[in-house]
Design a protein around this ligand. Structure first.
Ligand code: CA
Length: 411
């Protein structure tokens, strides 16, 4: 039965006083989920999914309260770039990627050539998503997706994913008993959502079945096909680490402020090895400074935005790009991200946002998330007060706004 009843305990306790029969209780609490499942069943039949699959998968689907708990869970602290990157791009992950590149070189080169996505990026996504297939997730997918579809927050989005998941089973891509993945419904080596599977997965080994779990040729070609569909540009890099000159106008940084490579060259931006940037009026790039002026700087190109279309996080996109370069033989960052920067609690970020907005620097909704609007507001505030305008909530900004205790955490 559905453990969702736990959250209705006070209500149930009230009913217990009124009714002598316990038998009627589950129907009261479970009705919304059952109704929602019935609607999904009807939608699935309308979409031409076989009655057998609809009955088998939605006939005994369970509400999973763990999924809702994980969906609502917010991290206690903002994550620093060093904390994120150092946990994901480890020496052992780089070494494993290099070994896999050698082991599967001919397959990777075939896929790379056919789809226009270099092997190093396929390995980097694979390493980031599942540590090269070591962990696919063990949650029953249809339970997870149905739970999210029957919850108000993102019901429409996940209802489509439920239907897509049923279509996967209907086409024989996976057996119901094996249909497992992350709590949020992501599956296989590259953690595709079912809708992404339906649109982009490829039967590359030619056995008549698209299998993103057990067939490496299928999984790699599917990831490459997805990236191609997102607009991957075959001939350009994701971005690169760069060095900035003294007195650099940090207010020009941020992914929402692209300029040509020629313009960045004129501002004195150099490669991480102190060489001049290639001058090109046509290539647009933005400067990303994920850990403030004390940390590394990156010039990012079109493919960086493609990576963010896969996962909307600058930290994620920087990690994929950096891991790809390391797998291909590049050295570690010239300027490692500082590890002793203050971490903020969500409440501190919210008060930072409120303070900025109150002082006329619009930080958007005080949601506790350091997004693009908040970083822009910090940049404007810093510039207005003669600070280095890197858009990073460093100690100087926090002290000036009276947010947090401004002591560096030993993170
Ligand atoms: Ca296949």
């Amino acid at each position: 039965m559905f453990a969702v009843r736990l959250s209705h305990r006070p209500l149930l306790a009230a009913f217990l006083g009124l009714f002598s029969s316990l038998a009627a209780l589950p129907a009261i609490a479970d009705a919304p989920f059952d109704t929602c499942v019935a609607q999904l069943q009807s939608q699935a039949r309308q979409d031409g999914i076989s009655a057998k699959v609809v009955d088998e998968l939605l006939g005994k689907v369970s509400h999973n309260p763990t999924v809702i708990h994980l969906d609502r869970k917010q991290p206690e602290f903002t994550q620093t770039f060093a904390g994120y990157l150092n946990a994901r791009v480890t020496d052992s992950k780089v070494a494993a990627g290099r070994e896999l590149l050698a082991e599967h070189r001919s397959l990777l080169e075939r896929v790379a050539h056919q789809y226009g996505v270099p092997a190093k990026y396929l390995l980097a996504f694979w390493g980031m998503e599942t540590d090269y297939g070591r962990y696919f997730g063990k949650m029953p997918i249809v339970d997870s997706l149905t739970t999210l579809a029957c919850n108000q927050r993102r019901s429409a989005f996940f209802s489509k994913e439920v239907i897509a998941a049923l279509k996967m089973v209907d086409e024989g891509a996976v057996k119901p008993a094996d249909f497992k993945g992350s709590w949020a419904g992501a599956i296989g080596n590259f953690q595709f959502l079912p809708s992404v599977f339906l649109r982009y997965a490829v039967d590359y080994d030619g056995d008549g079945k698209r299998d993103v779990w057990h067939s490496l040729p299928d999984a790699l070609a599917s990831a490459a096909n997805f990236l191609k569909g997102l607009g991957w540009s075959a001939d350009t890099r994701w971005g690169r680490e760069v060095l900035l000159p003294k007195g650099f106008p940090y207010q020009d940084a941020g992914i929402n402020q692209p300029r040509s490579l020629t313009d960045w060259h004129k501002l004195g931006v150099e490669t991480a090895f102190g060489k001049p940037l290639p001058q090109d009026d046509q290539v647009q790039a933005s400067l990303v400074i994920p850990a403030g002026y004390r940390g590394p700087a990156f010039l990012v190109y079109h493919n960086f935005h493609v990576i963010m279309d896969w996962n909307h996080s600058e930290y994620y996109a920087l990690s994929v790009g950096y891991l790809a370069d390391r797998i291909a033989g590049a050295a570690p960052l010239q300027k490692a991200p500082p590890v002793n920067l203050p971490r903020l609690t969500r409440e501190e970020v919210q008060s930072l946002q409120s303070e900025l907005t109150a002082k006329g620097f619009d930080a958007g909704q005080p949601d506790g998330i350091l997004g693009t609007a908040t970083r822009s507001a910090i940049r404007d505030y810093q510039q207005h007060h003669g600070m280095i305008a890197d858009g990073y909530p460093g100690e100087e900004v926090l002290a000036s706004l009276g947010v947090g205790d401004q002591t560096a955490a030993s993170h």
